[in-house]
Design a protein around this ligand. Structure first.
Ligand SMILES: Cc1cc2nc3c(=O)[nH]c(=O)nc-3n(C[C@H](O)[C@H](O)[C@H](O)COP(=O)(O)OP(=O)(O)OC[C@H]3O[C@@H](n4cnc5c(N)ncnc54)[C@H](O)[C@@H]3O)c2cc1C
Length: 391
């Protein structure tokens, strides 16, 4: 759509997280200039790891950021699930064949490294303006221009607004108005540990998940094996809001009291945890109105259990840019884009909830889960990694 290629009328992306930066790259690759407005004083991610399945890696490749990320990523040998009570291995899925099977590898990366790689790639494009310290408060779409008001009484005019402002999206609040996200009743503690502190037999080049009753622990290497990412999850209704803060190691000890020695050893290594109250939303079919749309967590927040939130934000970005190329108006492009995405993202939102129960199963359910995983291997997840182009 040539009207959007005029740099004086560039698209505005609200939010400079993974989704916002990916969107700026996807647009620039098709010749669309954009301005990314980020509320924070710098473009920054939390200190924890992130997993990139083959579909996410393919999106990264299409965004033109694969090279920047490759040298910083770890390519694990296997996805391993262990029983957190008995310590037995339930299943180990070798990842060596993923490149051949899915056309891309499975990767693990520090979030700060990942965001920086996207940021550096954005900085190389003359079509992308990165503007920090601008919190979007509201917008008004008059059918030709969207006027955006920010917290510091500044305003920006744009022919198209993309809300990439995350789980607590202000743009979604005004566009959809469906209230606060749903509190899942699951709590996540995250920490990063120097490899030297990890017992040698647990220093594996794998993504390891220990599945326990109403809890699980994940660990994997980052930064060439210098660091290990730890994610501990348990059920709790104690927290009502989706904020994050420092976690309580005593609570973690209590929640994992029935688990095996290896799990307790890993948990015991961390003195300071960051805590997240996990939230998601019911899937919706349409998240665009007029010249305004959403992407990533603003559009379809999901629980982390299939490690796909960032992947979906990257896929959304590519689809938005493609729809802009194919439609003859912003409105038509923004109507077409969710229609090509909602089945896949909605399936992930709902499947992630099921996987939360699946990882935390007890009794007979736990035995069924273990048998299912042994039989299916990665085929249960192939629909995610195969991707979907909306056709
Ligand atoms: C514990 C945990 C583990 C996860 N693991 C994985 C994983 O392994 N793999 C995976 O793919 N996904 C994972 N995810 C999900 C993934 O982190 C998110 O889906 C992804 O970060 C969403 O990106 P986003 O850009 O949509 O939103 P965000 O990352 O939330 O970015 C939103 C940005 O917008 C800014 N912003 C907010 N409001 C405004 C405003 N009003 N004006 C301007 N700027 C604003 C924020 O400061 C932020 O920079 C995990 C999530 C959690 C909680």
């Amino acid at each position: 759509m040539n009207a959007l290629k005029d740099p004086a009328k560039s698209i505005i992306i609200a939010g400079g997280g993974i989704g916002g930066l990916a969107c700026a790259l996807a647009l620039a690759n098709r010749g669309y200039p954009s301005r990314v407005l980020e509320q924070a004083p710098e473009f920054k991610e939390v200190g924890a790891g992130i997993q990139l399945g083959p579909n996410s890696w393919r999106a990264l490749r299409e965004l033109g950021a694969e090279g920047a990320v490759k040298s910083l990523a770890v390519f694990p040998k296997a996805l391993v699930m262990n029983d957190a009570i008995t310590a037995e291995e339930v299943v180990s899925i070798p990842l060596g064949g993923f490149e051949q099977r899915f056309g891309a590898p499975y990767a693990l990366i520090h979030r700060a490294d990942f965001l920086n790689a996207l940021l550096e790639t954005c900085k190389k494009s003359p079509l992308i303006s990165l503007i920090h310290s601008q919190q979007v408060k509201s917008f008004a779409d008059d059918g030709k221009t969207v006027r955006i008001e920010t917290a510091w009484a500044a305003h920006f005019d744009t022919p198209a607004l993309i809300g990439a402002d995350g789980l607590w999206s202000t743009i979604r609040g005004q566009l959809i108005g469906d209230g606060a996200p749903r509190v899942a009743g699951h709590i996540t503690y995250r920490a990063v540990l120097p490899a030297a502190e990890v017992p040698e037999h647990l220093r594996r080049w794998d993504m390891v998940l220990w599945s326990g009753p109403k809890c699980h622990l994940v660990h994997y290497p980052l930064r060439g094996g210098e660091l290990y990412n730890l994610v501990a999850v348990f059920h709790s209704n104690r927290y009502e809001e989706g904020w994050n803060s420092y976690g309580d190691p005593a609570e973690l000890k209590e929640r994992f009291q029935d688990t095996c020695a290896d799990v307790k050893t890993m948990l015991g290594k961390i003195a300071e945890w960051r805590m997240w109250v996990l939230c998601d939303r019911e899937p919706i079919k349409q998240w665009s109105k007029g010249r305004v749309t959403l992407l990533g967590d603003a559009a379809h927040p999901m629980l982390q259990y299939l490690a796909q939130g960032a992947g979906m934000a990257m896929e959304d970005s590519l689809m938005i840019a493609k729809c802009l190329d194919e439609a003859d108006s912003v409105e038509a492009a923004f109507q077409a884009y969710p229609a090509k995405r909602y089945i896949r993202t909605g399936r992930l939102q709902l499947s992630a909830r099921l996987y939360g129960e699946f990882y935390h199963a007890e009794g007979l359910r736990r035995e069924l889960r273990n048998a299912y995983c042994r039989k299916l291997g990665y085929e249960g997840l192939a629909w995610i990694y195969d991707g979907w182009d909306g056709s």
